[in-house]
Design a protein around this ligand. Structure first.
Ligand SMILES: [Zn+2]
Length: 275
């Protein structure tokens, strides 16, 4: 019996390893991925929070995951699809996990766009090979400091697409480039409408690893996606909470369906066109 259990566990472990490597096959060995490093090379204090959404709350908060108290100010001239479930919100349920991003509900297939120039560093089909399925189909972009005008490395993660984005890992994207159609893959609960879940990480360094279906930036933390629209440091959640009230009002930069960027020099825009 002991032997049987041992063999069973070994077989299971091997299967999991194979699943994990096939899930990552798209990402490893892709051309021009100079900052992808093994997970063991980037172990740091925030890893558990970034990798596992059910990590203890103090770890999640230390990694920036709590309500920022920022208030997005949407344009008056046009309509934008707006955040309903905010970053850091506690999902009431058996585990009380915190929402790692902002949710933006929009119609089925509404186009989702790159918020800034960047590189596709991962995409996941949501089928679970070694990772989370609750995000459904995801794509992750990495943005250099030059690409955003902010002196940190920024990661924007877009999830719940209806279909797998056609962009390849390693592809360079420009601000506003089409990523894929809005959907609700991976979304638990039938009543929730299609929406974009947007998670943003920042890091002082360019290296990142991929663990299952999670991109883990070296020394990365979560930030409120709304903070990106401040256009300057700081961006971290504790600093956002400490801002004077008037500075917590953050105007959203966007692109119109006609292709205009507002304001014109914005390097980071809302991930869906306003109309
Ligand atoms: Zn969400």
């Amino acid at each position: 019996m002991t032997t049987y259990h041992f063999r069973g566990r070994l077989a299971l472990t091997l299967t999991m390893l194979m699943l994990a490597s096939s899930a990552n096959a798209d990402n490893h060995g892709a051309p021009d991925m100079p900052h992808l490093v093994p997970f063991d090379a980037i172990r740091d204090q925030h890893n558990p929070a970034l990798v596992n959404p059910k990590s203890p709350d103090d770890l999640m908060i230390a990694a920036g995951l709590r309500e920022s108290t920022l208030v997005p100010v949407y344009p008056k001239a046009v309509q934008c699809y707006e955040i309903d479930h905010i970053f850091g919100e506690v999902w009431k349920g058996p585990t009380n996990t915190r929402h790692s991003g902002a949710d933006i509900p929009a119609p089925w297939d509404y186009p989702i766009h790159a918020m800034a120039d960047g590189t596709v560093i991962a995409k996941f089909d949501g089928q679970g090979g070694g990772g989370r399925t609750s995000r459904g189909i995801q794509i992750v972009l990495q943005h250099t400091p030059e690409q955003t005008g902010l002196p940190v490395w920024i990661y924007t993660l877009y999830s719940h697409f209806r279909e797998l984005p056609k962009l390849d890992v390693g592809a360079k994207v420009k601000q506003g480039d089409y990523l894929g159609p809005n959907g609700k893959t991976g979304v638990p609960g039938r009543r929730r409408e299609p929406h974009l879940h947007l998670t943003v990480n920042i890091s002082p360094e360019p290296e990142y690893a991929i663990r299952g279906s999670v991109v883990v930036p070296k020394n990365g933390v979560f930030i409120d996606p709304v903070a990106l629209f401040r256009g300057k440091l700081p961006l971290d959640t504790a600093s956002m909470q400490a801002l004077p009230e008037e500075q917590k009002q953050v105007p959203i930069a966007y692109r119109t369906t006609g292709g205009d960027i507002v304001p014109k020099n914005a390097k980071i825009i809302w991930p869906m066109d306003c109309y």
